[in-house]
Design a protein around this ligand. Structure first.
Ligand code: ATP
Ligand code: MG
Length: 351
């Protein structure tokens, strides 16, 4: 089989972490009968610089023909004053690909758990996934404007958009510990009332999954006080944005975490680390490539069913950490290159 992956290195540290990730993916595939064709395309600030827009039509066409998209990171202060913003490209990319489900797993790595802001005993058993609705809510609703005297955003959800994300989350919970926490603000917001009612209706189809509802303010608190209670979390776009950032710091570094975003079955999915373009360390070979590497592992598993190859990368990452090969954000001295070489060596060793 040959898989086509569109690679969007993007801006800041994106190209550095992408380069080592491509090498490592090629390495784990070397002994299999599968081939991945990496097709590089312009995206974000890099695309603005080259062709004047963040999401050029060539990139869109390539994505239409692809099996998956691997994204580094997008944006940076360089484009703060630009008429076209790199981040607009990101919203357009999500919309164009139809990726309505953003999935962020949080895993605590024992080797770096001392970096977590949480006390040791609160980290025991923490292993959850945030499923964020990505195409609706405040980010896309119209009217949207501001003038001298007022600003307006529109929060609107239709039932069909809620149904598809909630089904996605229930199915994911089924593959895990069978607990789903739906987060809303149903005591105040109309969209949340529809959300909660829809979740209740769908729950009838998943009697094997334990369902709980939490208000978003309470959920933010539980995430700090008792994060081990969560298995799968499902929530709307803005609550998901905030809660997934909150979750991401529990593990100790932003640089560790991957994400995937999914459209309807049969369409390409998008894989990217959760961190931004980290312009402060770009080009210095300091970046932690783990979030990118684990995103690629998610791609191998979810888009291509290459479970063994995904596992090889994940195990190599854990092994490197436990052998004390740590990048700067983790308190170590390893460069991106040194860390990546270590991963290559571990995979070689275990082959
Ligand atoms: P964005 O708006 O694009 O999400 P951000 O302002 O949230 O960006 P990041 O770019 O994620 O910020 O960076 C936040 C901090 O974390 C920065 O100091 C950055 O250097 C650091 N950081 C982010 N990713 C990594 C990484 N992979 N390795 C090391 N440090 C990182
Ligand atoms: Mg951010």
């Amino acid at each position: 089989m040959t898989f086509r992956v569109v690679v969007l290195p993007g801006d800041g540290i994106g190209p550095e972490i992408m380069a080592v990730t491509e090498k490592i993916v090629a390495q784990v595939l070397a002994h299999s009968h599968q081939t991945i064709l990496f097709e590089h395309q312009l995206f974000g600030g890099a695309a603005i610089d080259a062709v004047g827009e963040p999401f050029p039509v060539e990139t869109q066409t390539a994505i239409d023909k692809s099996d998956a998209v691997l994204l580094g990171s997008v944006g940076g202060p360089k484009w703060d004053e630009a008429p076209e913003r790199p981040e607009m490209g990101l919203l357009a990319l999500r919309k164009k690909m139809g990726v309505f489900a953003n999935v962020r797993p949080l895993q605590i790595f024992p080797a770096v758990r001392h970096l977590s802001p949480l006390r040791e005993e609160r980290l025991e058993g923490v292993d959850f996934v945030v499923v964020r609705e990505l195409l609706g809510g405040l980010y896309f609703g119209t009217p949207k404007y501001f003038n001298e005297t007022e600003g307006v955003d529109t929060l609107r959800y239709d039932k069909a958009s809620i149904e598809r994300i909630v089904h996605y989350a229930f199915n994911l919970a089924r593959q895990r510990r069978k607990k789903l926490t739906s987060i809303d603000k149903a005591n105040v917001l109309a969209t949340s009332k529809l959300w909660r009612q829809t979740v209740e209706e769908i729950a009838v189809d998943y009697p094997d999954v334990t369902l709980e509802h939490l208000y978003v303010d309470a959920a933010a608190m539980h995430m700090i006080q008792a994060p081990a209670r969560f298995d799968v979390i499902v929530t709307e776009n803005m609550f998901g944005d905030i809660l997934s950032d909150e979750a991401s710091v529990l593990g100790g570094s932003l640089g560790l975490l991957p994400s995937s975003s999914h459209a309807e079955a049969g369409r390409p999915a998008l894989y990217e680390p959760i961190h931004g373009s980290a312009p402060d360390i770009a080009g210095k070979d300091f970046a932690n490539p783990i979030g990118m590497l684990l995103s690629a592992a998610m791609m191998l598993r979810q888009s291509f069913q290459l479970e063994n190859e995904a596992k090889q990368i994940e195990i190599a990452v854990e092994t490197a950490l436990s052998e004390g090969v740590l990048t700067k954000d983790l308190g170590g001295t390893a460069t991106t290159t040194i860390f990546a070489n270590k991963i290559t060596e571990i995979i070689e060793r275990s082959a």
